[in-house]
Design a protein around this ligand. Sequence first.
Ligand code: C5P
Length: 313
Amino acid sequence: MTRVTVRVPAKLNLQLAVGPPRADGYHDLVTVFHAVSLFDEITAEPAGRDGVTVSGEGADRVPADRDNLALRAVAALRAALRAAGPSAPGVHITIAKRIPVAAGLAGGSGDGAAALVACNELWNGRLGQPQLLEIAARVGSDVAFALLGGTAVGRGRGERLTPALAPATQYHWVLAFAGGHLSTPEVYAALDRQRSRAGSHGVQGPAQPELDAALMSALRSGDARLVGRALSNDLQPAALSLFPALRKTLAAGLELGALGALVAGSGPTCVFLAASADRALDLAASLSGAGVCRSVARASGPVPGAVIVPPAR
Ligand code: C5P
């Protein structure tokens, strides 16, 4: 085998409930992940030593060294394989980005997941999904979900996953990309500050996060209107405090008829649920005309996680 290409989806969080900070600096979460049809494509091929090339959307903001999540995933897979037997040779990873960087859509985590799948295949597919999920969890909080895809409940840092049983409803989303970026650690830190200020005014601190029963029942019903109403993100107030212009974007989408709106993960992408594919098309066109974001995209979900793209014949 000379090269393997893998396609990996962006993720949304339909619920993101954040607990207090833990001793290791992370936050316990309960989140409902949802994979949507906006994909990065990564190719792995044998090379003298590990390297990475990035092209496409926001490529200049992606580290092209060992900090790159794809290369970190390669190193983690190699370490796991070494424990099991012969070592795995060098690889060059080529990433074609369509998922914007630092946008709250887990594009970097997706590239890590895709690199795991591609290199496992390149190195003779020795590991099964349970083992890959374990390695993924060590690489980053959202990497395991990018392997799994679909709709799933995440706990812990987000890496402990349970697939959500739901009917085969496809949801139609409009993504409004912002003309700026937010750093995930900074958004979590802003949330902690907001909460400790509220605490000093007598408001109780965050409890342990809990799964939203209304959202889960909406997902089981497959009724987009109910899902739209139940979307929630504890990081949203923090993201809005760091990027106030997003308020206007969210308000515009709701005025234009979206069933629900929220900031994606740690932002700054804003996400809107539409009632149908046609409504999503209208909403995307109106939002891009409203001048409240840098660009828009449509995506549907759920879609599967990282999958190998068969070679063209
Ligand atoms: O695990 P990952 O590298 O994707 O996380 C990026 C950053 O987001 C972490 O360093 C941490 O600051 C924050 N984070 C957190 N709690 C989580 C997930 C991420 O505080 N559950």
